[in-house]
Design a protein around this ligand. Structure first.
Ligand code: ADP
Ligand code: ADP
Length: 220
């Protein structure tokens, strides 16, 4: 399945230990929040999971394999690392169709994922007219093109209004109910309380706590 396992994961930048011997697991069928203050090492950890940053030590696996060893990465894991950037004059739909072509996925996946994130009404509008919330949804749509078992989102609620955050909550919960693994980072405890079932808390690159949100919060 899509369990994420991080084991002794470490990233050193010169004298800075951005991630320092971090170990935790993320279960499928749950939304897991990845919480820590700015600079705690969340983005670096997520980028190591996706083979975008090379660990100094330790391992990060998805469904038992390192990202680089996944036989079908597009259908295994989708990621939203920052608000979607598309060509300004391109429609949301065309943006996704270009990504489909690049990933060897059928064109109709573009329409499927637009529907999934509620962007069908804006499918034929140009990206430059999209609000921040719409750009965030387009990024999520892109991550869902391969119908992945695992979805990784870095600070997806940043800059969203309460309505956008409510939508995010319902969307991520529905993915989890389908048995997918959802890992979502934030530096705000209040967002974790809204979005997540479980939480992994880090500070200065180290694990602080891991468990169901309610339990972890009650013990703090
Ligand atoms: P977070 O996502 O929790 O805010 P980051 O993973 O972005 O944390 O950063 C962790 C620490 O590593 C920070 O001190 C940051 O400045 C530093 N850092 C991140 N990327 C690099 C890099 N490419 N080179 C040097 N330092 C980096
Ligand atoms: P990598 O993760 O492969 O080091 P990045 O694109 O993250 O590549 O960063 C490229 C360079 O930009 C880094 O080597 C570093 O010098 C600098 N850098 C990026 N992010 C940060 C950061 N948060 N703090 C300090 N330096 C950074």
């Amino acid at each position: 399945d899509g369990q994420i396992t991080v084991s002794g994961l470490t990233k050193r930048y010169k004298n800075l230990l951005a991630v320092d011997g971090l170990s935790f697991t993320v279960q499928s069928g749950r939304v897991t929040g990845f919480l820590g203050p700015n600079g705690a090492g969340k983005t670096t950890t997520l980028r190591m999971l996706l083979n975008l940053v090379t660990p100094t030590a330790g391992t990060a696996t998805i469904g038992g394999a390192r990202y680089a060893d996944l036989t079908d990465p597009v259908r295994t894991v989708g990621a939203v690392l920052e608000a979607s950037a598309a060509h300004r004059g391109r429609t949301g739909r065309n943006h996704l169709r270009v990504l489909c072509a690049a990933a060897g996925l059928p064109d109709h996946r573009a329409d499927d994922v637009l529907e999934l994130v509620g962007l069908t009404p804006a499918a034929k509008r140009k990206f430059k007219g999209y609000s921040l919330g719409m750009r965030q949804r387009l990024g999520i749509a892109a991550a869902m093109l391969g119908d992945p078992k695992v979805l990784i989102l870095d600070e997806p609620a940043n800059g969203l209004d309460p309505e956008g955050i409510r939508w995010m909550r319902g969307f991520l919960q529905s993915l989890a109910k389908q048995g997918r693994t959802v890992l979502v980072s934030s530096h705000l405890l209040s967002e974790m309380e809204l979005l997540a079932d479980d939480v992994v808390i880090i500070a200065a690159g180290k694990l602080v706590r891991q468990g169901p949100v309610a339990e972890v919060l009650a013990s703090m």
